[in-house]
Design a protein around this ligand. Structure first.
Ligand SMILES: [Ca+2]
Length: 499
């Protein structure tokens, strides 16, 4: 592939070789469908000695171009930096949709086994190409790709030196059920039963986001449109008392009492009928009013989560022809929770087994070989909660003391799912991880930039009008937060400290 054959965010990718292939072609004895693990490896002429396994999003099924792009912009395209990059479909095709979950082996490949099969193959291709294997191996991705990364940090730690996990849905089956829980709550107050967004309109979400900012923006020392002290905000903000209750018809400037009753549990965290937590809480944050939220809150539960839970995660699965949206709105959350933990003679691993790290509090293999884990997560992410990533770090601490010498979480205030929202969402987490792994330089802060007018990585249309197009902020290692130093420009990361 000649230089410029491939461009990413307007940047020409240097000359490289492209190897495409399939592994483990087979026909399922359960559903009769053809399966294989499809992949591509891009091998740069000017190789930097590193291997990156790129985890992809959603339910996989696509061999996304192996460029290794993370963090909202063009800064961290691993291929352009000289990494050899692997990408795969994780063992099924997009044409199969979630019905690949009818096949038990395809479930396991999607969950973790494709990674185990691909890794030695890719290292062998690198060996054959360059005459030696990689000096260092990395795994990176966001969303389900972040889940792949965290699962690899646990299951395949001997094969990887650095793990970059963006918005890791490492409890993905639970998160999917929790999102359906949200849909059922929204449906209970939707003024138009065919449109869940009528339960919490764009104007109403903007009203709540403004109320969050009114209560929380200044808690970090800077009234700048960012809620950087996440914990103080959760202690301070109260949906019931800080958002006006409509005295008459809903007009966007208030929530009805019924709306507050329906919506508050989505933030405090989905529960079963006996009050047991299904997944995690979600923090109130300024990004709630951003345009990208509506897809995850109102469309995804019926269009995506229903198929994922019904066909990929539950035991037994529904029939491939089932009516997913109707099923999601009418099936009890309790039964879904039971079925993502269930097994039978055909489906011998539960979804909570094949989709998650076997023991999320144990990173001892990675730690003991000097490997590093860097997680980033948007505080306004509506599908995978930043609080679940914080809980991951908390569990490491509870089990083995301060994990900061091998695992750090960087929260991104205002950012939605992987990118976007009123946020500084462009940052080079991959280079920070490489410096940590290879030079032992632990990241004290990541400098993140807003993608305003003229940004080469693509302009973020959700930035508030009052922000500088080139605003920067430090992203801080959890539990630290960025606080204004008391002097200096509010548009400059240098005016903030991680404390
Ligand atoms: Ca602030």
């Amino acid at each position: 592939m000649a230089a410029g054959t491939l461009t990413v965010a307007g940047q020409a990718v240097p000359e490289h070789c492209l190897v495409s292939g399939k592994m483990h072609e087979r026909t399922s004895s359960v559903d009769g469908q053809a399966y294989a693990i499809g992949f591509e490896i891009r091998l740069p002429r000017n190789w930097n000695g590193r291997f990156l396994h790129q985890g992809n999003g959603g339910i996989d099924g696509n061999v996304v171009a192996a460029t290794g792009a993370f963090g909202g912009g063009p800064l961290t395209h691993a291929l352009a930096q000289g990494f050899a990059v692997l990408s795969s479909d994780a063992g099924h095709t997009a044409a199969q949709g979630p019905a690949f979950g009818i096949d038990p082996q395809a479930r396991l490949d999607y969950g973790y086994q494709a990674v185990g099969k691909l890794t030695p193959m890719a290292k062998g291709v690198i060996q054959a190409t360059y005459g030696k294997g990689p000096d260092r191996s990395y795994f990176g991705g966001c969303s389900n790709g972040g889940r792949h990364a965290l699962v690899a940090a646990s299951r395949y730690a001997a094969d990887y030196d650095g793990i970059l996990a963006g918005a890791p849905g490492y409890n993905l089956p639970k998160a999917a059920v929790a999102n359906i829980f949200g849909a059922q709550r929204y449906a209970s107050v939707a003024s138009n039963s065919a449109d869940l967004s009528s339960a919490f309109t764009a104007a109403e979400r903007a009203t709540v986001a403004a109320a969050v900012l009114a209560k929380c923006d200044a808690l970090d020392g800077a009234t700048d449109g960012l809620v950087q002290d996440v914990e103080a905000c959760q202690r301070s903000f109260n949906l019931q008392t800080d958002v006006p209750t409509c005295s008459g018809a809903r007009d966007g400037s208030c929530l009805s009492a019924a709306q507050k009753t329906a919506i508050a549990p989505i933030f405090s965290g989905a529960v079963t009928s006996s009050g047991a937590a299904v997944y995690a809480s979600f923090p109130y944050d300024a990004g709630l009013g951003a345009g990208g939220i509506a897809f995850w809150e109102f469309t995804a539960p019926l269009a995506l989560d229903s198929g994922a839970v019904g066909l990929i995660f539950k035991v037994p699965p529904e029939a491939a022809s089932f009516n997913g949206p109707q099923w999601a709105l009418t099936t009890s959350i309790d039964s879904m929770v039971a079925q993502i933990n269930a097994t039978n003679t055909v489906y011998t691993e539960s979804a909570m087994s094949f989709m998650t790290p076997p023991d999320p509090s144990d990173l001892s293999t990675l730690k003991n070989r000097g490997g590093k884990l860097l997680i980033y997560h948007g505080v306004s992410d509506p599908i995978f909660s930043v609080n679940d990533s914080a809980a991951y770090i908390d569990r490491l601490r509870e089990r083995g003391g301060d994990p900061s010498d091998y695992a750090r979480l960087f929260r991104v205030p205002g950012m939605g799912h992987c990118a976007g929202g009123p946020a500084t969402d462009q940052f080079d987490a991959l280079s920070a991880l490489v410096a940590w792994v290879e030079q032992g330089t632990a990241p004290q802060r990541l400098t993140a930039a807003a993608r305003g007018a003229g940004n080469a990585g693509g302009v973020n249309a959700e930035l508030p009008a009052g922000w500088s197009a080139t605003r920067t902020r430090p992203l801080c290692p959890y539990p630290k937060v960025a606080r204004y130093a008391g002097s200096g420009s509010l548009e400059d990361a240098a005016s903030f400290n991680c404390q």
